[in-house]
Design a protein. Sequence first.
Length: 392
Amino acid sequence: MKLQEYHAKTLLSRAGLPVPPYSVASTVAEARDQSAAYLDAGAFAVVVKAQVLVGGRGKAGGVKLARSADEAEAAAEAILGMDIKGITVRRVLVAPGADIVRELYLAAVLDRTEQRIMLMGSAEGGVEIETLAQEEPDAIAQIHAHAQLGLQPFQAREMAFRLGLGDHLRQAAAICTGLVKVMTDEDADLVEINPLAVVREDGPDGPVETLQLLDAKITLDDSALGRHPGHEEMRDLDEEDPADIEARAADLSFIRLDGDIGCMVNGAGLAMTTMDLVKRAGGEPANFLDIGGGARSDKVAEAMRLILSDSSVKAILVNIFGGIARGDEVARGLVAARSQQTRSVPMVVRIVGTNADIAAKILEEGGGDIVSAESLDEAVEKAVQLAGSVNA
Ligand code: GDP
Ligand code: MN
């Protein structure tokens, strides 16, 4: 689950990291009031930022600096309702503008191969990290945290020096340690700060430079959401695929893909195998879908609706290995879904195992044009053929 910048900043500031103050506005008037308050409090400018779950908001015109309440109002006017990569901006973040001296990149990511959290840093912030990784991989420092002990103090200092932050050693090291700690404490799989900025501020004895987290991106591990009661509330349903929302409500593991053969399978391993076989037979799966162990007929019907809601699906392949899942329950769900469907899509069904014989009868009596298959290979071949004939 991806978090909006303002939610990410909530988690980071809660962890004691230096995040500039911010507020969230969903109307132009709110944005103006909040801006006026920051400016009255002495900010030389405010920044108004679109809250959408896509990168490159700055380039798209979704980040604007304003020096007066009027300018802030105009900025909010322009950004609210703006379309950024297909997403309509519904909220903006308003914050006192930072006087940036330098921009850097710092992120904690999950290195699955090393099975550890890796800290990635670059002195060249503001640049897109993907571009930098390709063109100048040496410009990115990588340090792996200890699996049990976390990021060690010497590692945090090493990263600080490699980023050229020797003058800010204490603060830079604390930020490095903090990002890794947020990764662990919140069960995140990405905590990215771009830019981490050296910012000039007025101190009692003249200008001072400090580090601040100006932008933040956090991705949470979906499987760990249950351990964090507050996290679910941060989900932004406006920006989720409706199919994902439906799948979650029905407790189905569903991932949409680019192909045209809808797959309904029980068990993650069998679902992967089925997708491989579809590919081998020259087809393209439209989704990964695992209906789970003891799926009842209503869940099957829900899964079928989900598959059919994808207009690019040209054929459906059902592959059930009845163990805990009963073939007859699945067959009943299929027949129910078939009778309600508004779009006619050819369907190939292979059900073996528990109650496969009853399933076959149910499909024969109520399934209409459902094509049955004995073996998995046969089922896959037929599904690919049917999708092809619809394509032709
Ligand atoms: P992104 O484009 O979606 O990554 O949004 P960012 O929050 O990273 O903003 C993009 C750029 O806007 C940053 O790299 C900064 O150069 C600039 N920016 C963001 N906030 C401020 C700010 O408070 N003051 C100034 N001067 N520039 C800012
Ligand atoms: Mn950014």
